[in-house]
Design a protein around this ligand. Structure first.
Ligand code: SAH
Length: 373
């Protein structure tokens, strides 16, 4: 067979085509101009992808046919495909997406009255090793690419009724967000761009981190309005070392100093997340210590009742204890709320769905739209 034929066939294979959202909008404009078309076509492409839910370049009917063909030959609109969709009666949808290398990543869509929030992952697995979390049980495999992060928002948005868009993003899925800061920011900036994305306000995006001080400062220096949530989980160095092993290297004080800097530089109030593990970090003494630690800071505490992970020894906290914990914090002038737990029926806590698939050794994805409510 001649080499030329082989070349031709290779370009036909989807795997060879670059994911569109790996390229910056400017790089795409340069490419479109190289193809002999006008740069404004890129804005049309983005409008189709983010607002009109095009599933292929072919469907972008106001683009010249020649450009659609060139696009389809060189780029792929999505970097992932839906491997599984679980829908729960409380308005939570969980998607398992299959990447080109066969790895699976999770994202969740939470629908409430006025909010349609997409929870996105930033890594396959996680290297932080928090002892209660399913994502880190097998360490980190790799960072997600920008296109794989953008994809999660587009794929989740496709589950919404026509005409509705994602209104908020929380970066609280699998992985340590700030360990993949560059790809994450490129994805979020694209999504928030009015011309080349969804036009989502930066203030509606929350980045959750285990608390990597240097990365927090790097993010603050980028001059964005993203909301920062820091996973604290313990009010003392000792207990945090036990629950969040990376704390041994970082230190609770350094995390809080970096969060203070984030607030000072961006003007955005920081949220502290605190997963409540029954009998471990949810006692009155912990509430008192947390109150002392955060008193006088303009921050907010989000208490998250533990979502049990099979095989891990932790328990959900007692609901009365949670109420007392909140009251203790508030009495000390520390703003605090309890997060509603959603999506338990579909393993919506980070890393749980992927884990269920892996432990069941499911070679091929379960049928799409399996309802498990
Ligand atoms: N690595 C980042 C973001 C991913 S986890 C971080 O640490 O913040 C998002 C939040 O969910 C974190 O606060 C994490 O501690 C919490 N979480 C993980 N497993 C959980 C579980 N089983 N139940 C409740 N919250 C959990």
């Amino acid at each position: 067979m001649e080499g030329g034929d082989q070349e031709e066939r290779r370009t036909d294979e989807p795997r060879e085509r670059r994911p569109l959202f790996e390229a910056t909008a400017d790089a795409l404009r340069a490419w479109v101009v190289e193809q002999g078309h006008q740069a404004y076509r890129v804005r049309q492409i983005h409008h189709w992808a983010f607002h009109r839910r095009a599933e292929s370049f072919e469907a972008m009917t106001d683009l010249p046919l020649d450009l659609r063909r060139r696009l389809a030959a060189e780029w792929s609109l999505f970097a992932t495909e839906v491997a599984y969709h679980g829908a729960s009666a409380d308005g939570t949808d969980k998607l398992l997406l299959k990447c080109r290398d066969g790895r699976r990543i999770e994202c969740v869509l939470m629908t409430e009255e006025h909010r349609r929030t997409v929870c996105v992952s930033t890594q396959v697995g996680c290297g932080m090793g928090c002892v209660f979390c399913a994502s880190g049980l097998k360490g980190v495999e790799r960072n997600l690419t920008t296109a794989e992060i953008v994809d999660q928002v587009l794929q989740a948005q496709n589950l919404l009724p026509a005409g509705e868009s994602a209104s908020h993003i929380v970066v609280m899925g699998m992985g340590e967000s700030l360990a993949n800061l560059d790809a994450l920011l490129a994805a979020l900036d694209r999504i928030c761009s009015a011309d080349d994305g969804l036009g989502m306000s930066q203030r509606r995006v929350t980045i959750s981190t285990v608390g990597l001080p240097e990365k927090i400062r790097k993010l603050a220096a980028r001059d964005r309005q993203y909301h920062l949530a820091v996973s604290l989980h313990a009010p003392t160095e000792e207990l945090r070392n036990e629950l969040v092993p990376v704390n041994e290297k970082v230190g609770l004080t350094a995390v809080i100093e970096a969060a203070d800097d984030y607030f000072r530089i961006t003007g955005r109030q920081v949220t502290y997340e605190y997963v409540m593990l029954g009998g471990v970090n949810d006692r009155h003494e912990h509430a008192l210590a947390l109150g002392r630690l955060l008193r006088g800071r303009k921050s907010h505490v989000n208490l998250i009742p533990y979502n049990p992970v099979s095989g891990l020894p932790f328990l959900r906290p007692d609901p009365d204890g949670v109420r007392r914990f909140v009251a203790t914090l508030r009495d000390r002038g520390v703003s605090a709320t309890v997060r509603k737990t959603k999506g338990q029926a579909i393993d919506a806590a980070c890393g749980q769905l992927r884990r269920r698939f892996e432990s069941a050794a499911v070679a091929e994805p379960a049928p799409i739209s399996a309802s498990v409510s």
